[in-house]
Design a protein around this ligand. Sequence first.
Ligand SMILES: [Cu+2]
Length: 127
Amino acid sequence: MQVRRTMALAGVLALALTACGGDDDDAATPASDGGSGGSELTVIAEDIAFPEDTYQADAGTIDVVYENEGVIEHTLLVEGVDDFELTVDANGDVDEGSVDLDAGTYTLYCDVPGHQEGGMVATLEVG
Ligand SMILES: [Cu+2]
């Protein structure tokens, strides 16, 4: 979603630039959106694992999409962040939410009992 919106804005900006160079209002909107930082992060849940050891996102508001490709319930949390949790109850479920993170290295995990110990833990690098 975020990528599509960014591409649409880039298209609008390109049109504005080719149509007439004097329209400052159109140019200001995508510029301020880009300046707010953030990104989209998609994480897949499997039984019982994350397919990647390391995930990456840009500092700021990160839109997180969590998809269950397993069968059982999984959650997604960021260690040390109390107000963010996504839950996917069954195969095909998708949950979405956003989390504000400064640059740094974080730990993603599933807090269903036994899952983190079973391998549902990954590194999130925010830069
Ligand atoms: Cu899990």
